[in-house]
Design a binder for this molecule. Structure first.
Ligand SMILES: Nc1ncnc2c1ncn2[C@@H]1O[C@H](COP(=O)(O)OP(=O)(O)OP(=O)(O)O)[C@@H](O)[C@H]1O
Length: 256
């Protein structure tokens, strides 16, 4: 049986006077690729911050890899890429390889120097995201999409079992979004890394994610991809509280 990697059990959370999350229960198991969808301000980033241990829930419990979050010490098992990663300007004084190696700091200690082996691991991670040819380039000289691949490599260099991403494609054009997602697909299928992806792309998830959860203060839907595909636009609109229309595969093909 697959092991449970993330277990949220009846989690609730509020900021000052507003309740943002109510009774959230969700399980992510080994090898699964979850897309967390929901309208703006529905609590997705807040839930991610709780799972990462950056916020403490008012109620409920989180377990990571079967351990209570308060006693969980194996942070290197989780790679995280935020929506604001791709914001280096052209003058930022670090190469792509240095940025990726910085992902090992948590493992080896901040002030220890990197070894040849660390460098090889960083190059391996760059190869996975097909950015090894850019290793010695300045990070600021890369496009948003290329930078985001580098940030995935930084999250991968510590060989995590789980990758959490909060809207990693913000600011990336549509053509590059598709290749970015196919890379995530390969990470999940070929490297067995579980993925929790916050996204606004209600269409792409049907082709990629193994499971979908829709959050809007509470969980309105969670299930596998085929159950999600059976939902119609009216269901999704009801979860969102406003009209949502998915682009269907035959329409997409017609647009090509
Ligand atoms: N630090 C904070 N203090 C007070 N309220 C906050 C704070 N951070 C977020 N909120 C509020 O909590 C709600 C949920 O925000 P959150 O960022 O989790 O939503 P989200 O689903 O990730 O949104 P988006 O899709 O727009 O990124 C919003 O109403 C937001 O304004």
């Amino acid at each position: 049986m697959e092991k449970t990697i993330i277990e949220c059990d009846n989690v609730s959370f509020h900021y000052e006077h507003s309740t943002v999350l109510e009774d959230i229960s969700l399980e992510v198991k080994e090898g699964e690729f979850w897309a967390l969808i929901g309208p703006n301000g529905s609590g997705k980033s807040t839930l991610i911050n709780i799972i990462l241990g950056l916020l403490k829930p008012d109620q409920g419990n989180i377990k990571l890899f079967g351990q209570n979050i308060d006693s969980f010490k194996q942070r290197e098992r989780i790679g995280y890429v935020s929506q604001k990663s791709n914001s280096f300007n052209s003058g930022f004084p670090a190469t792509v390889l240095e940025v990726v190696k910085s992902g090992l700091a948590r493992k080896i200690g901040l002030f220890k120097s990197f070894t040849k082996h660390d460098e090889q691991k960083a190059m391996d991670a760059l190869r996975v995201v097909k950015m090894d040819d850019f290793a010695n380039k300045n990070i600021g000289e890369l496009s948003g999409g290329q930078q985001q691949r580098v940030f995935i490599a930084r999250a991968l260099v510590g060989e995590p079992d789980l990758l959490i991403m909060d809207e990693p494609t913000v600011g990336i054009d549509q053509k590059n979004v598709a290749s970015f997602y196919s890379m995530l697909n390969a990470l999940n299928r070929e490297h067995g890394i579980a993925i929790l992806l916050v996204t606004h792309e209600v269409d792409l998830v049907t082709e990629l994610a193994t499971h979908v959860a829709c959050l809007n203060r509470s969980i309105h839907f969670h299930g596998n991809r085929s159950d999600y595909k059976k939902m119609n636009d009216a269901d999704i609109s009801a979860w969102y509280g406003h009209p949502v229309r998915r682009v269907h595969q035959d329409e997409k093909e017609g647009q090509r």
